[in-house]
Design a protein around this ligand. Structure first.
Ligand code: SAH
Length: 229
């Protein structure tokens, strides 16, 4: 009888918290302190970030840092973006339940997973073959059935499934690839960091209205360079 009481007390005291609970609590803290406190209010975005297990998208040695307020290396010279930037870019896209999204730069697959929690389908392209393979295996293991991955140069977009309601580019380009603008649906939104690779870049939002493009400069960011095959 004594033991029956002691075990729940130890669990409550945090002595034998399972790993998953530890990450769950770090994740909720991340959403409150880094995302909500900086002004992200979209409920679908907040709920997606509180759900996606970010610690499973970073190399094992970095799992304990996964919910910290900075980007992390994912190998091959690439990085997973800071949680707030992922949340901000997702909110700016105004994602909706029935929408179709295209991502250029799958990387770890984290941004794709966040979008997949909200929209109907996510198409994502990665140019580093090893990362393309790793992320598609990871997303399959995590049972993200509405994400379709492909290896290749995202410059040309993915015309087969166009047009897209949202397009997110997670590598910094010097100019906005025209094929991506062409593949944007009417009222579609595209967010992309634009600028020189070695410098700070500007996050740009494009909205297609009556076939015309409206451009808005959002904030300054730092992303890995957009590459070409
Ligand atoms: N969205 C990713 C962030 C990855 S960093 C995540 O959530 O983890 C940007 C990624 O863009 C890198 O993996 C890089 O290899 C990829 N990339 C760069 N240029 C590309 C291109 N032309 N087409 C597709 N992917 C590209």
């Amino acid at each position: 009888m004594k033991y029956l009481l002691i075990i729940p007390i130890l669990v409550m005291a945090g002595f034998i918290l399972p790993q998953s609970d530890k990450y769950e609590s770090l994740r909720q803290k991340m959403v409150r302190n880094q995302i909500m406190d900086r002004g992200v209010t979209n409920n679908a975005v907040l709920s997606a970030l509180s759900k996606v297990p970010r610690h499973l998208f970073v190399p094992k040695d970095y799992a304990d840092e996964a919910y910290n307020d900075y980007p992390l290396p994912i190998g091959y010279g690439q990085t997973i973006s800071q949680p707030y930037i992922v949340a901000y870019m997702t909110e700016v896209l105004k994602p909706g339940r029935k929408m179709k999204a295209l991502e250029i730069g799958t990387g770890s697959g984290y941004q794709a997973a966040v979008l997949a929690e909200i929209v109907d389908k996510v198409y994502t392209i990665e140019i580093v073959p090893e990362l393309a393979k790793e992320s598609s295996e990871r997303l399959k293991k995590l049972e993200y059935k509405n994400i379709i991955c492909k290896y290749g140069d995202g410059y040309k977009g993915w015309s087969e499934f166009a047009p897209y309601d949202l397009i997110v580019v997670t590598a910094a380009a010097e100019t906005i690839p025209q094929p991506l603008i062409d593949q944007l649906a009417e009222n579609g939104r595209l967010v992309i960091p634009v600028g020189k690779p070695s410098a700070v870049q500007e996050l740009i939002l494009l909205v297609k209205k009556n076939g015309k493009i409206e451009k808005k400069r959002l904030t300054f960011v730092r992303f890995v360079p957009f590459k070409r095959l």
